[in-house]
Design a protein around this ligand. Structure first.
Ligand code: SF4
Length: 540
């Protein structure tokens, strides 16, 4: 079979993270620190494909672009990077690549590469590897390459010579035109900014998505200045379209459904008012269609505080009490009223920046009571942020610790994404990040490690691969205290010790052997502890 357009992504995106999407964060670490064998087998294994090179399942973004092109009469296939040789031939006119973090500039990757001594992350290494393969296929078949996706802004900063065009923004209106122009041999601009379609112009996906992903909203009206989503207009996807996509996935045997959104509490809302009926109807419908699990990646603290009865209702319908593994990402950002006022005034709505600390504490209690454990992200390093501002953030983190709230807290550096209103600012690094960053990092990680230990049995209960489950469950107090020691050293040296971490190399044959030995001895140790009558270790 031949297709005009082949769509793909690098392995950091085109994987199912072994059935557990949090494992994807391992790809944000420097590639030196994680042996390739572990990436291939446990953290970012390849997705299977048919003999034609077509993927069994694919990340939602690629499935959406596939549906957009098919609707415009263009023949298209989605293929994992390992199978491109089978999907591409002389009839291929365009290769479309979806990127999430090709240059390791996302907030999480920037933080992890910075504190562990720099170098390529796995995300950027996977992109480089894909680039090498694409260059040789392009030489052989002469197709053109278009890059798009949420991190197209990174590519636009420095466009590789093997890339013909970049689409930054949404695909529905501009991508089919771009493809047709390229097919007709017309000149196209190096960077095209994709316009926003109306909700009725967004087609439903036509083939199954990884994790049963189904988009329920696009955009976010809160308008935070550091966020690349800021310029978008908020839209809720109609229920009929959601039902079609949920059914499609369930018909393909995918019964865990992930509702993609930047804030689950925004579904069906107008002017940021929670729409209780719309959310209850959404969860009830998805459950009735046959979903065993319903996940969502994001929720906002003001949304949760605005309507505790809605949080309780969706948690009951989704039965979070049964598996306690719902851990959406929630923006905490800062404890400083001044920073919230200046850079994200709409974030606390319907409350004010002055109320922000109470909103966070109250919302966390509401979520945790309903078995939803937030992964809070903080943003540190605004252009005029002072030590006093960070002190206020530290006080807010301490309030959560004192209340023993079971929520993770991850302070991240502010990244000047080009689609955000902070573009043009300097990218953060050890010598530019505020020195108090290291104190809040240590405090937050200490608490996050405690939360992880407390919730460990629940967090690992859904893992598909028994080996990775064993590896993770073998982690005991020794591993956790090792991680805590790293963050303590970073705080004590104000990040200087990260230069030492830059010399560590595990992605080699001896590194792999050392890592396997280390994990094996951890496993043996934890089994011994489990048998010991005086054991106090977490030997699950
Ligand atoms: S609330 Fe979240 S998604 Fe919305 S603009 Fe702010 S950071 Fe972006």
């Amino acid at each position: 079979m031949s297709w005009e357009v082949v769509l793909t992504a690098d392995r950091g995106t085109f994987t199912d993270y072994n059935g557990s999407s949090p494992l994807g964060y391992v790809a944000c670490l420097p590639s030196r620190l994680v042996p390739r064998y572990f990436m291939d087998k446990f953290f970012t294994p390849p997705i299977k494909a048919y003999d034609t090179g077509e993927a069994f399942v694919a990340p939602y973004g690629l499935r959406k672009v596939e549906a957009i092109l098919a609707k415009n009469g263009i023949s298209v296939v989605v293929s994992p990077p390992e199978h491109l040789e089978k999907a591409i031939d002389r009839n291929t006119k365009v290769l479309g690549i979806n990127v999430h973090d090709p240059y390791a500039l996302s907030p999480v990757t920037t933080k992890l590469t910075m504190i562990f001594g720099g170098g390529d992350s796995w995300t950027s290494k996977f992109f480089k590897e894909l680039g090498e393969k694409v260059k040789s296929l392009k030489l052989k078949y002469g197709f053109k390459v278009i890059i798009g996706g949420p991190a197209a802004w990174q590519i636009a900063l420095d466009i590789p010579d093997w890339v013909d065009a970049v689409l930054d923004g949404e695909a529905e209106i501009d991508f089919p035109d771009l493809v047709k122009k390229i097919e007709n041999g017309e000149q196209v601009p190096k960077v095209t900014y994709g316009r926003m379609p109306k909700v009725e112009e967004i087609p439903t996906i036509i083939k199954p998505s990884r994790f049963g992903e189904v988009q329920i909203t696009r955009g976010c009206p809160r308008g935070c200045q550091f966020c690349s989503i800021t310029p978008e207009t908020f839209r809720s996807i109609p229920m009929d379209d959601i039902i079609k996509e949920v059914k499609l996935n369930i018909d393909h045997g995918i019964r865990g459904i992930e509702l993609l959104t930047d804030d689950i509490m925004l579904y069906g809302s107008k002017k940021l008012q929670v729409n209780h009926e719309a959310l209850v109807n959404l969860f009830t419908t998805v459950k009735k269609l046959g979903a065993t699990h319903i996940y969502f990646p994001h929720i906002s603290a003001p949304g949760a505080k605005s309507s505790p009865k809605t949080v309780q209702a969706i948690a009951e319908i989704a039965e979070y009490d049964k598996y306690t593994a719902e851990a959406p990402v929630v923006g905490l950002e800062s404890g400083s009223e001044r920073i919230i006022s200046k850079y994200m005034r709409g974030k606390p709505f319907p409350w004010t920046p002055h109320d922000w600390g109470d909103v966070i504490i109250d919302a966390t209690g509401i979520m945790v009571d309903n078995n939803i454990h937030p992964c809070y992200t903080m943003t540190i390093g605004y252009p005029d942020e002072t030590d006093e501002d960070i002190e206020e953030s530290i006080k807010l983190v301490q309030r959560m610790i004192d209340a023993d709230l079971k929520a993770w807290i991850f302070p991240l550096p502010v990244i000047p994404m080009t689609a955000s209103r902070l573009k043009g600012n300097e990218f953060p690094w050890i010598d530019t990040i505020p020195t108090k960053y290291w104190d809040i990092l240590y405090l937050s990680w200490k608490h996050s490690i405690k939360v992880t230990k407390d919730l460990f049995p629940y967090l690992t209960s859904e893992m598909r691969n028994p080996i990775i489950q064993w590896v993770v469950r073998s982690m005991n107090d020794r591993v956790f205290s090792g991680v805590e020691k790293v963050f303590k050293e970073l705080a004590e040296t104000k990040g200087k010790v990260s230069e030492e971490y830059g010399k560590v190399e595990f992605d080699s044959f001896t590194g792999t052997v050392k890592t396997l030995y280390y994990l094996a001895t951890l496993g043996l140790k934890s089994r011994r502890l489990a048998k010991s009558p005086v054991s106090t270790g977490n030997a699950y």
